[in-house]
Ligand binder design. Structure first.
Ligand code: SF4
Length: 470
């Protein structure tokens, strides 16, 4: 069970006869980035067609629905709501008009000045249909008679926070990454030479596209009949970036290359570094499934501790993140994981987690191991303690509910009921990824926010009814 959720995943395919089908496959590959809603919008060169709904990609699309949107240009979106609640009207891509020109937007991230811009737009008489900050970007763009790279750059200059965008127009797609580059967005090329964009490269593998490069922070990439072109926007003198380190720690698919390197290998290095910083005297190294497996392999190799499997996972127990309360979530964890009793009985275990959020789920899993007869449990976490909230597209619980807020390591150890506990250091984590430390956001670990978050910022403010209908 995942205790922190992705905000979203994007895809775009331009000028390919199977664009909608490829967008559909690419969304499947990125399902881990959002499970609440899915949608695809296509264009035939003049009009846009959309199909979207609540649920998994497989719930929303079938051969029949895909046939209704069969056009050569497509963008798609999988959603987890960090703002805007779970509602069909928030299912992206969202459609707008600039003058007579239809366009659609798919967005990954969170704006930190969304409420302020929305209030301004409402004062100008604009009515909002949805409650997501994506709609704000749509209305800013729709204020023009047409959409050009200049009018997009002008709208983007008003935004603060994290955003990757795929914008579909009848004759082109724009792929955009915010100036600090919080979330990944990459460009691929299909066998026939047409282009695709996606949040993660795992989306390219499934449609046989070759990864070409990342959309750079502060770049608008335009894909049209003439090929690719690039325009820079935003400040030119930024002293730092904000690539989300948590994408490498936990979120992105291990097969993806993001921020210039493979996710599995980065996690394996984190496991190795963890073993150097905090070795454990153990008979067996196991991962709390499934996300921590890459780090556990690294820990096992570095510490020369045999790697084994402590749990099996049921694929049929439903989606635990929608469980309304803690008791239900814990019941779900027990339904989902089954301990391999004969493997762990009588063993001293090094248990590797990629991260610990609330701690309650981790404690449930560890208790299962204890009940199965493990004699010692040494928990090693392949990232630092999470002590701060995220305002840039990842839904952590309220900081008051994070296990590491206001607890010492010893207090966390006691809470989790393990024999020993150690976390990877921030420096150790950053030593395992390829770009300089100042290129990453580490705020949920360090509190060092890359942009100023407004006092009392409420990322769920958008879920409240618009002022004009209160
Ligand atoms: S606060 Fe954490 S989860 Fe949010 S963008 Fe920064 S590193 Fe990523």
């Amino acid at each position: 069970m995942r205790e922190a959720k992705h905000s979203c995943g994007l895809v775009g395919v331009f000028d390919h006869r199977d664009a909608a089908a490829f967008a559909h496959l690419a969304l499947h590959a990125q399902q881990h980035r959002g499970q609440e809603a899915a949608g695809i919008c296509t264009s035939d060169g003049r009009r846009l067609s959309k199909h979207a709904g609540l649920g998994l990609v497989s719930d929303v699309f079938n051969a029949e629905t895909l046939a209704t949107i069969r056009n050569p240009n497509a963008i798609g979106h999988v959603r987890y709501s960090t703002t805007g609640g779970c509602s069909t009207r928030n299912a992206q891509p969202l459609r707008f008009h600039a003058g007579d020109v239809p366009f659609a937007i798919a967005h990954n991230g969170n704006l930190t000045n969304a409420s302020e811009i929305r209030a301004r737009l409402e004062n100008q008489g604009i009515t909002f249909d949805a409650t997501s900050d994506t709609e704000i970007i749509g209305h800013l763009l729709a204020a023009n008679d047409d959409i050009s790279v200049d009018s997009i750059a002008c709208a983007l200059d008003q935004l603060e926070g994290a955003y990757c965008l795929a914008i579909l127009l009848p004759d082109r797609i724009h792929a955009i990454r915010d100036p600090l580059g919080f979330r990944p967005l990459c460009i691929g090329q299909l066998e026939d030479g047409s282009y695709a964009v996606a949040s993660e490269t795992c989306a390219f593998d499934i449609i046989d596209a070759e990864y070409i490069r990342d959309v750079q922070p502060g770049e608008i990439v335009t894909i049209d009949k003439t090929g690719l072109s690039s325009t820079r926007f935003g400040p030119t003198n930024l002293k730092r970036g904000a690539a989300c380190i948590f994408e490498h720690v936990y979120f992105a698919d291990p097969s993806s290359d993001i921020f210039g390197e493979n996710v599995h290998l980065a996690r394996e290095r984190m496991g190795r570094q963890l073993a150097r910083e905090a070795p454990a005297d153990a008979d067996l190294c196991i991962a709390i499934p499934n996300c921590a497996r890459c780090a556990a392999i690294g820990f096992s190799h570095e510490s020369d501790t045999p790697f084994g499997r402590g749990f099996t996972t049921s694929h049929y127990s439903g989606r635990s993140f929608i469980m309304p309360d803690q008791a239900e979530r814990e019941r779900q964890v027990r339904m989902k994981l089954r301990v391999l009793k004969d493997v762990v009985r009588g063993k001293r275990l090094a248990v590797i987690e990629d991260s610990v959020v609330r701690g309650t789920t981790t404690r449930t899993k560890l208790n299962e191991l204890r009940r199965a007869g493990a004699t010692e449990i040494h928990l090693r976490v392949a990232s630092p303690p999470i002590r701060h909230g995220c305002y840039f597209g990842i839904d952590f619980p309220d900081p008051a509910k994070l296990v590491a807020t206001d607890r010492t390591i010893e207090q966390i150890r006691a809470f989790l009921e393990v024999d020993s506990l150690a976390y990877l250091s921030t420096e150790g984590m950053l030593s395992c990824v390829g770009m300089p430390g100042e290129t990453y956001c580490t705020a949920c670990f360090t509190g060092d926010y890359p942009i100023k978050v407004p006092e009392g910022f409420d990322k769920f403010a958008m879920e409240r009814p618009p002022r004009n209908i209160q």
